[in-house]
Design a binder for this molecule. Sequence first.
Ligand code: PHE
Length: 368
Amino acid sequence: MRNEAIPNLTAFDEAALDEAFAALERQAREAAAALGGEADREAFRLEWLGRKQGRLNEVSGRWLKAAPAEAKKALGVRFNALKAVVEGLLDAALGAGPSDAALQTEAIDITLPGTRRLLGAEHPITRTMNEIVAVFAALGYSVGVGPEVETDYYNFESMNFPPGHPARDTQDTLVIAAQERKPLRDRLLLRTHTSPVQMRTMEQQPPPVRIVIPGKVHRNDAADATHSPIFHQVEGLCVDTNVTFSDLKGTLDHAMKALFGPAVKTRFFPSFFPFTEPSADVQISCIFCGGKGCRKCKDSGWIELLGCGMVDPAVFAFAAQKQPAYDPRKISGFAFGMGVERIAMMKYGISEIGSFYAGDMRFLGQFA
Ligand code: PHE
């Protein structure tokens, strides 16, 4: 329905104004009553309230301009009332909801099956890391973390790798660029092991300490079936009075049985780490053949799994710079570090380390 054109107003007394505005209101109400869907409502809004072409704009332009000064106030009051009515009509039309036609096209078929949402699952690395941590949590260990971007001091020097020492070559890594102006100890690198968190922990608290530290580490190693330049470790540190190598053996023997089953045996081989003395590599009896010898254990019946040892007095001396209670004449301790990927590969029979990082749902879905 087209609205009539806005007439010119010639009389401006109250009665004339009342009549003129009443006529407009009637037209607006009639138009609003005929509104159907969204498109109709928009057309109505433009027709009446449009900033340039709208009827109300025309009224305020033509009538208000023509009105003598003494009539302007009375005209303004009526104009505002009409505007409120039109806006109210528009709101009411909105509340009326969509037209029947719109409802037809938007109808939902409730007999269709719903959208299935896949449940998330722990990544096998996260799961293994949590299992290892839980074994030690049950022994009273707390959990700590440290930064992945580490200083030379924490990663190497305080762990008893002196500057220029060849032991550093065993753990090559990426270093952050343009730090030549800093003293060596403050230069940043990607940590090669979780061991620096041993020192960060000891600097924060006096002994006794029992802590496990899960985390990501980086090494300049070529990737192959069992090596990745980024991998994960769980570090352990126990410091107290009278901690002995027997405590270390008993703790790790228990942990390996908890992780791989009570039939698993452990044995300790002499090894070297700058931050432990004596140091050992821990082997477990082959979980695939039970120790008889197979392809997996290269017919030896044993599989090497982690490094450990008694905390070197030199490491305690670095800790004692901040916490004098780390006096190697009074306390002792052990530490260990294990590769999470290696343990997960053993537990789940995975032969390619790259499977963990490929993001292939067919692989990861098996752990759901
Ligand atoms: N940090 C050593 C590594 O990455 C492992 C280790 C930790 C060995 C603690 C002994 C004690 O190889």
